[in-house]
Design a protein around this ligand. Structure first.
Ligand code: AMP
Length: 216
């Protein structure tokens, strides 16, 4: 299955995608994670991208599109993939459409106050990228990753000021992307209205949508 997760930053795209990946047996591809990995390794791509990322701006389409083309052409994507954080512009959506056909687009709708609450409480593992939340998804030991023992840190762009900028960018760019997939009859809305809604419940709801597609 080829699935896209749409939704504002902090809507849970990364969390849901990482839970669904082993269930559906397809890789979870997060453009944000690929970029952060490049920033960490100080590659040329990382150096260019970090200038945009630190300000909450989008990295130029040309860079992102060639990065995703290369990624989804790899062997592990043969049976599909889950895209998280891509497409972020209508241009990216159209380019993706030229390369492959998507089965479903899950659109996570979450009110803004909940997003700000969630993102300022988000922590990520420095080593393996696992996502936690000091309010809703706490690690067993404070500041330590359950999975690999790595240190939990706050992303540089998870401060209130940068979050507001990222939400603004999302509002400007998301509408045509949502319409694009709506017209293709691929869009499925999942509304999350509670700050402490459980991840399991969200996963169940998404699986139900995907199952109904398979039965069509
Ligand atoms: P994320 O982890 O998805 O919130 O992405 C973090 C940052 O990486 C974004 O604020 C952008 O600067 C950049 N980024 C991630 N995915 C894309 C994309 N598809 N297009 C442009 N910039 C992106």
């Amino acid at each position: 299955m080829k699935i896209i997760f749409l939704g504002p930053p902090g809507s849970g795209k990364g969390t849901y995608a990482s839970r669904l990946s082993p269930i559906l047996n397809v890789p979870h591809i997060s453009t944000g994670d690929i970029l952060r990995e490049n920033v960490k390794r100080e590659t040329e791509l990382g150096r260019t991208a970090s200038e945009y990322m630190e300000k909450g701006k989008l990295v130029p389409d040309k860079i992102i599109i060639s990065m995703i083309k290369e990624r989804i052409s790899q062997e592990d994507c043969r049976n599909g993939f889950i895209l998280d954080g891509f497409p972020r512009t209508i241009n990216q959506a159209k380019e993706l459409d030229r390369i492959t056909e998507i089965d479903a687009v899950i659109n996570l709708a979450v009110p803004e106050d909940i997003i700000i609450k969630r993102l300022t409480a988000r922590r990520v593992c420095e080593k393996c990228g696992a996502i936690y939340n000091i309010l809703t998804l706490k690690p067993k030991e404070e500041g330590i990753c359950d999975r690999c023992g790595g240190r939990l840190i706050q992303r540089k762009d998870d401060t209130e000021e940068v979050i507001k900028k990222r939400l603004e960018v999302y509002k400007e760019t998301a509408k045509p992307i949502i319409e694009f997939y709506e017209n293709k009859k691929k869009l499925y809305d999942i509304e999350i209205n509670q700050a402490d809604a459980s991840v399991e419940e969200g996963v169940e709801r998404i699986l139900k949508v995907l199952k109904s597609l398979n039965e069509q």
